[in-house]
Design a protein around this ligand. Structure first.
Ligand SMILES: Cc1ncc(COP(=O)(O)O)c(C=O)c1O
Length: 394
């Protein structure tokens, strides 16, 4: 089929890459041992510190986010160490499985995949661990499979109330540069990030932001590490270089993406995501469909997971939307496969892109025969146009 106009890439990452970033990437590759590279290397590390909101070290890997998960674990922990993790969804489950494969003992707290991490549970578990056997608490800030955001400062406060020395490791792969996140102020020890979501880049870069405590832990940690070792990266970063061949052209893109985020202002980036997410949720409610996320304080601002009525296949909706309107929506993952579809509204994304997206979903629901009320797009438009009161009276 001939395709006209832009594909709508509304999965929750990889996200749409801005033309400016594409043009920045589209440059001749430079000598990664030369002076121009040093300038680029220093600029992107400094810029990522501002994005993570820290003055501490940031390590950039040429990998998908999974690599930065592994780096967070192998640099801070030793074989047989106990860690505490929460089954908030598919990605938390994968990270916990990786920890087990690496030889860690994981206390994996089950949830219903519809709620965030419960800080009271963190506190109770750590209070019960009088011998301080638990070495780290692993939290996925924004669970991309469920569209539920956990409250990282509340988890930090719970650890502090328990006076427990465990490290706090946080995955921000689908929240960084879209949902408020402050590595230093929130007392996180290792933050894990990826390039392909809020940072508006193609996949291929991942990040660790480190605390002083994480650095100290890395001196004692005994899990085997080679490629993912922070130390050679940190030593080289002083000079702007990498110990191996970096993803040069993605770093050109990263420099441009950081510039764009800072032109808009990080707080405005967060506010834009919050506004677009609220408009999306209003559309879902107007359709009389259910959000997978049940806790209003934990609704994600980077994506929305829509739960279909029993007996209706979410992938059939996705398929019809792709076939008829050339738009990709996120599939249900793990336990919610076939039950939910996910609307990505993060990264390089604005109000009219959202209205197009919601229009495609509303038409797709009708074509797939999913029972719903019309008017989701109207509800979103009323909200975005500031006509909230009229919407409430409707
Ligand atoms: C929250 C979260 N963590 C981890 C990952 C894994 O990252 P990657 O696929 O880049 O390896 C993803 C990917 O979507 C994610 O959304």
């Amino acid at each position: 089929m001939v395709k006209i106009g832009r594909h709508f890439l509304q999965i929750p990452g990889p996200t749409n890459v801005p033309d400016r970033v594409l043009r920045a990437i589209d440059q001749p590759t430079i000598d990664h041992r030369g002076p121009d590279f040093a300038e680029l290397g220093k600029a992107v590390v400094a810029g990522m510190k501002r994005v993570f909101q820290t003055t501490g070290p940031v390590v950039i890997f040429p990998s998908s986010g999974t690599g930065a998960w592994e780096a967070a674990l192998v640099n801070t922990l030793s074989p047989g160490d106990r860690v505490l993790a929460f089954e908030t969804g598919h990605f938390a489950t994968l990270w916990h499985a990786m920890a087990k494969r690496l030889g860690l003992e994981v206390d994996f707290v089950p949830t219903d995949w519809r709620h965030p991490v419960d800080p009271a549970e963190v506190e109770a578990r750590l209070n019960a661990d009088k011998a301080h056997i638990i070495k780290a608490v692993m939290v996925v800030h924004n669970e991309t499979s469920t569209a539920v955001t956990s409250d990282v400062p509340a988890v930090r406060a719970a650890i502090d109330r328990a006076r427990h020395p465990a490290l706090l490791l946080v995955d921000t792969i689908s929240s960084l540069a879209s949902i408020e996140y402050r590595h230093a102020a929130w007392g996180v020890d290792v933050t894990v990030g990826g390039s392909q979501k809020g940072l508006m880049l193609p996949p291929g870069l991942s990040f660790n932001a480190l605390s002083t405590k994480a650095l100290a832990a890395s001196k004692q940690a005994k899990l085997p590490r080679a490629y993912w070792d922070w130390q050679p990266m940190l030593a080289a970063a002083e000079t702007g270089f990498f110990p191996f061949t970096p993803a040069t052209n993605l770093l050109f893109g990263l420099r441009e993406a950081i510039l764009m985020l800072e032109e808009e202002g990080l707080d405005n980036v967060f506010a834009r995501h919050a506004r677009l997410a609220e408009a999306t949720r209003r559309a879902v409610r107007a359709w009389e469909l259910e959000l997978l996320s049940l806790d209003a304080k934990a609704h994600s601002n980077s994506l929305t997971a829509v739960l279909l009525p029993g007996g209706h296949d979410a992938d059939a909706v996705r398929q019809v939307v792709l076939d008829r309107f050339d738009m990709s929506l996120g599939t249900g993952l793990g336990k919610v496969a076939g039950k939910v579809f996910r609307i990505g509204h993060l990264g390089w994304f604005n109000e009219l892109m959202l209205i197009g997206t919601l229009g495609g979903v509303e038409m797709g629901l009708a074509l797939a025969g999913v029972p719903h009320r019309r008017g989701g797009v109207d509800a979103a438009m009323s909200y975005l146009a500031g006509n909230v009161r009229a919407e409430a009276q409707r």
